[in-house]
Design a binder for this molecule. Structure first.
Ligand code: LLP
Length: 431
């Protein structure tokens, strides 16, 4: 099992942020999401300190759908990043966290009237409009409230990025944005320009998620700049802002060949500077929206083994006290993870097992095949790289209470999201 950030082995036990996992279990119980705060901060710094240019402004926008809680929004702000939200719930969390509204971006292909109203009432920085209907809705809300909204139009640059089909977002058939290949787009842009209460600043695209190949990202720069040029020629509108989205691939298991972030974003900047010059664009600002690459490797989920079973077919299971409700990714995307017995870190992992959850679903398997060191009932199992899209996609299936989330740093641990209680589970039930 590959270790990241401050994770290390101390006396045969996994230690994260200077805290041993046994101590975390005793204090907070399992299953538990443990987040390495130092690594979170280091990852944010890599983007903040390297995605910058003296030819244009840059903004690194953390894609909060990967992982969001009030404390996370505050950490993002303290580390100088902007943030995007995709729902009224994420927006509300950002508001409650005191996140600066001018540094907030609002995404989504079907923002409701209420969500847009919440954004406008709170003077949210930039709304990324997905389609003309949304433009009409937003323009009306702004007119009624006598306000103006800064917006980007989400476009689909038609770039084919190789990743799981559920997380591809830029194919021609994607539900997101308007295609740049449809001539109609120029009429849509004119509508934006004629909308009195909406100020078009530029364009947004996102080519997909968990992408290892760098070509689609550089391809997107070229396609977006070419498009901005064409828009300028056909409508007279000069884009101020280009937002290239996120999607930078990270390490989950040996199958993955992650993007080397610092080097990658530095080369992205050089390419942007060259292309801006080449196309003669007056673009003033370029944004990116990393989510997973900031949080994924910072997270480790710890579970207690409650059962070991050898099936008639010879398959050996270990059962943990969580599963698909705290990590749906293996079931949904066939995502691969690494694991270890956390109190036997120096021992050879020699038993091949399937790590299964406790929920009523055969597909509730976290890892299909992994070698662990003689797993026994009561052992702690850790699965690494669970910082992104695990807590944020967690559910209450089987009326299971969601685990707590703990930040660890410099030998200290702090609960940032409390474990749900049984009472929480029936809070909204009429008695
Ligand atoms: N910007 C936009 C507009 C997005 O749609 C996304 C992700 C991001 C940024 C951040 O992408 P990242 O850097 O995190 O790859 N639930 C899936 C991932 C869905 C991603 C959706 N959009 C998973 O667990 O793999």
């Amino acid at each position: 099992m590959k270790l990241f950030g401050t994770s290390k082995v101390v006396n045969n036990e996994l230690n994260i942020g200077g805290v041993g996992v046994q101590e975390l279990r005793e204090k907070f119980s399992t299953p538990l999401y443990v987040m390495d705060q130092t690594l979170l901060e280091e990852n944010m710094a890599i983007f903040r300190d390297n995605f910058k240019s003296d030819k244009f402004k840059t903004e690194v926008i953390y894609a909060s759908k990967a992982f969001l809680a009030v404390a996370m929004a505050q950490l993002v702000n303290r580390n100088g990043l902007s943030m995007d939200v995709v729902s009224g719930g994420e927006l509300f969390t950002a508001i409650k966290a005191g996140f600066p509204m001018e540094k907030l971006y609002f995404h989504g292909n079907n923002k409701t009237y209420d969500e847009l109203e919440l954004a406008i009432d709170n003077n949210l920085g930039t709304i990324i409009v997905d389609n003309p209907l949304e433009l009409h809705r937003l323009n009306k809300i702004c007119a009624d409230k006598n306000k103006k909204a800064k917006v980007l139009l989400r476009v689909n640059p038609g770039i084919d990025a190789h990743t799981h089909e559920y997380i591809q977002t830029s194919k021609f058939s994607s539900k997101f944005g308007e295609s740049i290949f449809d001539e109609e787009i120029f009429n849509i842009i004119k509508e934006f320009l004629n909308s009195e209460n909406v100020i078009l600043e530029g364009f947004h695209c996102h080519v997909g998620s968990q992408i290892f190949d760098e070509k689609p990202f550089f391809g997107a720069i070229d396609v977006m700049f070419k498009f901005a040029k064409e828009v300028e020629e056909k409508t007279g509108f000069a884009s101020k802002v280009i937002n290239l989205g996120g999607g930078f691939g990270i390490y989950y298991s040996e199958e993955d060949n992650p993007i080397a972030l610092q080097d990658f974003v530095t080369r992205m900047i050089s390419d942007l500077e060259i292309k801006k010059e080449e196309y003669g664009l007056s673009v003033e600002q370029v944004n990116i929206e990393p989510g997973r690459s900031i949080v994924a490797n910072s997270g480790t989920t710890i579970y207690t083994v409650g059962g070991v079973k050898d099936t008639f077919s010879g398959k050996k299971y270990i059962f943990v006290d969580g599963g698909m409700t705290d990590n749906i990714r293996p079931a949904l995307y066939q995502a691969k993870y690494e694991a270890a017995i956390l109190s036997k870190m120096n021992e050879e992992p020699d038993k091949e097992v399937t790590v299964a959850g406790k929920f009523c679903e055969s597909g509730d398997v976290l890892i299909d095949k992994v070698k662990l060191s003689n797993p026994q009932v009561g052992d702690l199992v850790g699965i690494t790289t669970t910082g992104a899209y695990c807590y944020s996609m967690s559910s209450n299936y089987n009326r299971f209470a969601k685990p707590a989330v703990v930040f660890v740093k410099d030998g200290k641990s702090k609960v940032i999201v409390k474990r749900e209680t049984l009472e929480d589970l029936i809070r909204n039930d009429e008695m």
